[in-house]
Design a protein around this ligand. Structure first.
Ligand SMILES: Cc1ncc(COP(=O)(O)O)c(C=O)c1O
Length: 419
């Protein structure tokens, strides 16, 4: 299947590989920054609009620094991600801390940085108050349960471990008022990789209705509504990208009808998208090590599912380009595999590609979110390097590949000798 292109020529990628051996992830700065600007522009009607990049999608400080230049905040979910935010120089309300089952030291760090706390469970109000002290601005994650249908990756909201029920929201905000909290936000995230624009408009409507009801009962004036992440990307050539203008227009209509009409404006709209921001602009580049033919034909790469586990984990489709053979007919049926001792270590099953040979360079598309970051070390596999293709064509290494020293750094071999 044709239809997806790569932002480098064969000559360029060969030149990059001569300096940085495969496998590696490479991010296209130009594409990423143009899209980031477009995303923000789509919501320019909303004063204070902010996209908090969900850093778990691609936790690289260089990428975050670029996105911050575009006005993005950061959405963190762990201590390590809060420290990354701090290292990039981010502070205060440009950090959202959306965690769950959270230990006290993580809340402590978030509060020390002045981050917005997005609390996942009603019992954490007392927990935070006891261990750290409740800050002035607090947000709750709302799980609308049966009010909202789920989707394939995130499942049904009622089965999801995240968030407050509607009743708990009222009780929780009441409690916050009692504790002297003055500023309030509300958050929901009920989708992952969702391509239907109406889904996000409907989510906004549910949140706006909830804001109205809470305002009526408790008199709270919300500062922001965080509509979460979950905006999908067209992994398959035939998928349509989410029409962000349509999403924005639909949310604006609901905003006017519900928020403005009830005197609840201004209300800042936030997102915490990850996939939609970096996903399409990251590529996993690998070389063919071996071809194998048994009952099927296999393309064996020097990358494995530890570089990109989405296909193995979710059966996710990732488009593959055989560099330099884009225009050849795609009539050879292959499974494209890695070398893990797991039979699901396959980037593609029964994929039609041009004739592939050992030494060919394969590019696996849409690996810029939940790709490198989901990497692991099973079978002693080392995480790959991350590169950035700059707008001027220069290539910068933004994370080196792991070494065997890194892999064994937590084991005391001297201790083993004396054991
Ligand atoms: C709380 C939260 N926010 C944002 C995101 C980002 O989601 P996506 O990359 O689908 O936009 C996630 C993804 O796991 C999440 O759990």
């Amino acid at each position: 299947m044709l239809g997806k292109t790569v932002p480098f020529s064969k000559t360029k990628i060969d030149e990059i590989i001569s300096q940085f051996p495969t496998p590696f992830h490479i991010y296209d700065e130009k594409g990423m920054m143009e899209h980031a600007k477009y995303f923000v522009d789509c919501f320019s009607w909303n004063e204070g609009f902010k996209e908090y990049y969900a850093i778990k999608a691609s936790p690289n400080p260089y990428l975050m620094k670029l996105l911050r230049n575009q006005g993005f905040g950061i959405d963190c979910s762990s201590l390590a991600e809060l420290i990354l935010a701090e290292k990039v120089g981010m502070r205060g309300e440009e950090i959202m801390f959306t965690s769950n089952d959270t230990p006290a030291e993580e809340y402590q760090k978030a509060i020390e940085l002045g981050a917005i706390l997005n609390i996942d469970d009603i019992s954490h109000i007392d927990y935070i108050n006891e261990h750290v002290g409740i800050p002035e601005l607090v947000c709750f994650r709302y799980n609308p349960g049966a009010l909202k249908g789920g989707n394939a990756i995130i499942g049904n909201p009622e089965d999801s471990k995240y968030g407050f029920t509607r009743e708990q929201l009222f009780e929780g905000y009441k409690k916050l008022i009692g504790l002297g909290v003055k500023r309030f936000g509300i958050h929901t995230m009920v989708a992952s990789n969702e391509l239907d624009p109406d889904y996000f408009i409907e989510t906004a409507e549910i949140v706006f209705d909830t804001i109205i009801d809470i305002n009526k009962e408790l008199g709270i004036k919300f500062e922001f509504a965080n509509l979460g992440g979950g905006i999908g990307i067209p992994y398959k050539s035939e998928h349509k990208p989410v029409d962000l203008k349509k999403v924005s227009h639909g949310i604006k209509e609901k905003y006017e009808k519900l928020i403005v009409a009830n005197g609840l404006d201004p209300l800042k709209i936030y997102f915490e998208s990850g996939r939609a921001i970096t996903g399409p602009f990251g590529y996993l580049v690998a070389k063919v090590l071996h071809m194998k033919e048994t009952y099927k034909k296999y393309v064996g790469l020097d990358a494995s599912m530890h570089n990109l586990m989405r296909p193995a984990m979710y059966g996710a489709y990732h488009h593959i380009t055989v560099v330099g053979k884009e225009s050849q007919s795609h009539k050879n049926l292959y499974d494209v595999t890695g070398s893990l001792c797991e039979n699901n270590d396959k980037f593609a099953i029964n994929r039609l590609l041009p004739e592939v040979e050992a030494g060919d360079v394969l590019v696996i598309h849409d690996a810029g979110a939940h790709g490198h970051s989901m990497g692991f070390n099973y079978n002693g596999k080392l995480r790959s390097a991350e590169l950035l293709l700059r707008e001027n064509g220069e290539v910068v290494q933004i994370r080196r590949k792991e070494t065997l020293e890194d892999y064994y750094a937590t084991v005391d071999f001297d201790g083993v000798k004396n054991f």
